[in-house]
Design a protein around this ligand. Structure first.
Ligand SMILES: [Ca+2]
Ligand SMILES: [Ca+2]
Ligand SMILES: [Ca+2]
Length: 338
């Protein structure tokens, strides 16, 4: 019995050994890799920077080989993650091929749509287009991005100075014409520009061309005369006319006018008045004009005639005709001619 029992144990042991050894030597099947492909972001505007991630699962003991085709002619190897920029709008087919150690390959495709970015709209303005040196000019920009946001403002004032503020002020030191340019940049890096011109000019002083008088003959005093100042200011307006009639009497006594482009004056003395007019433009520049006006009374005319007659007649009375005498007299009167 014992021998039969021992024989049975040996047979069972052999059978188990044969069975186990057959099972171990059987080849374990290899599966191809499994790939999850992810894009971030999934939609974008050009230029679009996309992050690509491949989650790879494989039953092998060695790393898989990776081959990317990014759809715009770019081929990339090895890396499971990468970042790529698509500069042009379009529909791109992105594929990744993963091959395991057993040469089994999994290929995954996905589609990326890159749309056209819309450039920002822009409008710029200044509070003046012509200004004086060192005066302050205000600049404003209104910008809008229909499909994004404005990220950056940049002023170029044309005199090698810049500003990054949307609303700003600037002054120019020198005369000249300056091209001012604003550049706005949206969140995709697309820019839009607009320019305007600023002229910087010095103020042109006003000019008194002449002063006319309504009396072109002898003014008998007391006599009233009317004066008109012919003036201009090529780049502004004349804001004041200040007259000085060289009057020895206080103006307040006779309520005489001293301002205005057209003015009248009551002359009370027989003498030569040195009239002065000063005009001022809207920026404070002035011009001055002098006009002599001789005022004579009948008595002073006779007095001057007598003095002239005596001066001429003493040495050579008989050589001087009456016409010559009158010519000399009138010449020396210094009469107003206009
Ligand atoms: Ca495998
Ligand atoms: Ca945009
Ligand atoms: Ca002026």
């Amino acid at each position: 019995m014992a021998n039969k029992k021992q024989q049975s144990i040996i047979i069972i042991t052999l059978l188990l050994t044969l069975c186990l050894s057959g099972c171990i030597s059987q080849e374990i099947p290899s599966y191809p890799p499994h790939v999850n492909l992810k894009l971030s972001p999934t939609t974008a505007k050009a230029p679009a920077t996309i992050q690509l991630t491949a989650d790879i699962f494989d039953d092998g003991t060695q790393a898989c080989n990776i081959s990317w085709n990014l759809g715009d002619g770019t081929i990339h190897y090895e890396s499971e993650t990468l970042t790529h920029t698509y500069n042009e709008p379009g529909t791109y087919t992105i594929s990744i091929a993963v091959t395991d150690q057993d040469k089994k390959t999994a290929t995954v495709n996905t589609t990326l749509i890159v749309t056209q970015n819309i450039a920002p709209n822009i409008y710029i303005a200044s509070d003046k287009s012509t200004a004086r040196p060192n005066s302050t000019i205000q600049f404003n920009v209104t910008a809008h991005d229909p499909d994004g946001s404005i990220q950056h403002y940049h002023w170029d004032f044309g005199d090698n100075t810049t500003s990054e503020d949307p609303t700003t002020t600037h002054s120019y030191q020198n005369q000249g014409t300056y091209l001012v340019t604003q550049t706005v940049t949206d969140n995709q890096g697309t820019t839009t520009q607009q320019s305007l011109t600023i002229n910087i000019q010095e103020n042109v002083p006003p000019k008194i061309h002449n002063i006319t008088c309504d009396k072109n003959k002898i003014l008998l005093g007391p006599a009233r005369a009317h004066f008109n100042a012919n003036c201009s200011d090529s780049d502004g307006t004349i804001v004041s006319y200040e007259w000085d009639f060289d009057e020895s009497f206080p103006y307040s006594l006779y309520r005489q006018e001293t301002t205005g482009q057209n003015i009248s004056h009551l002359f009370l003395q027989a003498k030569t008045y040195h009239i002065t007019l000063i005009i001022t433009d809207n920026e404070g520049a002035t011009d001055t004009y002098y006009k002599p006006v001789t005022v004579l009374t009948p008595r002073s005319i006779c007095q001057i005639f007598n003095e002239t007659f005596n001066k001429l007649s003493k040495p050579r009375f008989f050589n001087v005709s009456l016409i010559d005498l009158l010519k000399y007299f009138l010449t020396n009167l210094n009469l107003p001619t206009n």
